[in-house]
Write a new protein. Structure first.
Length: 443
């Protein structure tokens, strides 16, 4: 097949000297940040491209010397502190009182707990690693099918990076110059939609499969007691989102307030946060934040090289040459998400595809930048559910005592539902933009 548009020698140069070394380094297990940096260095040394290295160094420094990026370590620290305060059991007890009496109760508890934890940890992998050891054995003990339990926990963990605070959204906003506050607020409704969809699917599966029997509602007094115990934790998402939406806090200030609140709650209310745990949280935060910031800095060089050689524009021209139908273009982009998600880590995909697809999605498909950021993140995070590099599957499979193949098959119906939601995010702007507009991030 001969395409009506050829990419050109500049793009071939980037593919051979930059993308190919990058993919090889990833395949060898080199960390993402170093894979990007080494690939960019090889490109600059051997491709003959003349980009002043002083300019690149200045742009790398400028990328991480950002007030808005201070939100990243504060969100990470808040999540680390709450994990070490051993508050997950209190949240799950609250969720059991709230929704555990519905048919498929433990499934609804799993999804609700994932939604609440996502408002604290901001990470898909953290969500899965926290929920899976507690909820999967509980569901199996209550005669839920093993495949159902594993697939539901894996699918629900995606919510962890949609509802703010979301670490991937902070990285996307910093890399593409999109309002981080707008992205964070824009994730609220899509995250809720994903959660409700999974709960409806779980109810139908439980009803058809004859498991997850209806339990007696224990009454409002036990619910009120569990709410009171979990209240300091439940306040955190309200504090974070309410502050940003009302304009009282910027994302960075909201993260700082959340950290201070968490320290006070952990030390004086629950009394489970010791000085040792605080120090361990700071160490873990430094490690995670430094890793993410190195990726952001390296991604700037990658983006500069691609822009210099007009790779994003060439990709737009190629896709439009294949088809000018907007629906077909959108489906091609989603297909690209599925393919790259099977073989590469979500963060690596965001770094590469974020700048590449921006002109196509924003200029040709007409997405708002905030809508595009959400579309990009959700599409690529679904890759954590697709083998062979579905990282969440590797976390959940041993806990559920399932082979990767059985878990991969079980997760497909949920994955299909989440791709439908991804399509809705791309075609219904108000799902992502309504709350940012209300908060003043969109005019």
């Amino acid at each position: 097949m001969v395409l009506p548009y050829q990419l050109g020698p500049a793009v071939d140069l980037v593919a051979f000297y930059l993308l190919l070394p990058f993919l090889l380094l990833l395949a060898l297990g080199v960390p993402i940040a170093f894979s990007i940096s080494l690939a960019c260095a090889l490109f600059l040394l051997f491709s003959g491209t003349r980009i002043p290295t002083t300019v690149l160094a200045s742009e790398m420094y400028g990328a991480v010397d950002s007030f808005t990026l201070l939100a990243l370590p504060t969100f990470v620290l808040a999540g680390e502190l709450l994990n070490r305060c051993e508050l997950t059991d209190k949240l799950i007890e609250f969720c059991q009182r709230l929704v555990g009496w519905i048919r498929g109760g433990l499934a609804h508890v799993t999804v609700t707990a994932s939604m609440l934890l996502s408002g604290i940890t901001g990470s898909t992998l953290s969500d899965a690693a926290t929920i899976a050891p507690i909820m999967i054995p509980s569901m199996i003990k209550e005669k839920y099918p093993r495949e159902f339990a594993g697939a539901l926990v894996a699918s629900a963990s995606v919510i962890g990076a949609i509802i703010p605070p979301s670490i991937p959204l902070v990285i996307i906003g910093a890399q593409l110059g999109i309002s981080i506050g707008g992205l964070l607020v824009g994730g609220i409704l899509p995250g809720i939609v994903v959660g409700i969809t999974l709960m409806i699917a779980s109810y139908v599966a439980a009803r058809l499969g004859g498991f997850g029997a209806i339990r007696r509602f224990e009454g409002f007094r036990p619910l009120a007691r569990s709410t009171w115990i979990a209240l300091p934790v439940l306040v955190i998402p309200v504090l974070l989102l309410g502050g940003m939406m009302s304009g009282i806090f910027s994302p960075t200030e909201a993260g700082t307030v959340t950290v201070l609140y968490t320290i006070v709650a952990g030390m004086f209310f629950y009394r489970t946060l010791s000085v040792t745990k605080l120090v361990d949280s700071l160490k873990a935060t430094a490690w995670v934040s430094a890793s993410a910031l190195i990726i952001v800095a390296a991604a700037v060089v990658l983006g500069r090289i691609m822009t210099f050689h007009r790779v994003p524009q060439a990709l737009v021209e190629l896709m439009v040459a294949i088809t000018q139908d907007k629906l077909a273009l959108l489906l091609l982009v989603i297909l690209l998400f599925i393919i790259v998600g099977m073989f590469m880590d979500a963060v690596a995909n965001m770094v590469i595809l974020g700048p590449l697809l921006y002109p196509l999605c924003v200029q040709v498909l007409g997405m708002h930048p905030i809508q595009y950021g959400m579309f990009l993140m959700v599409g690529l995070l679904l890759g954590v559910l697709t083998p062979p590099v579905g990282l969440v599957l590797f976390i959940v499979a041993p806990i559920a005592r399932l082979t990767l193949e059985r878990l991969s098959l079980a997760v497909l119906p949920y994955l299909a539902l989440e791709f439908v939601i991804l399509f809705v995010i791309a075609t219904v702007p108000e799902l992502t933009l309504a709350l940012p507009r209300l908060a003043g991030y969109v005019t």
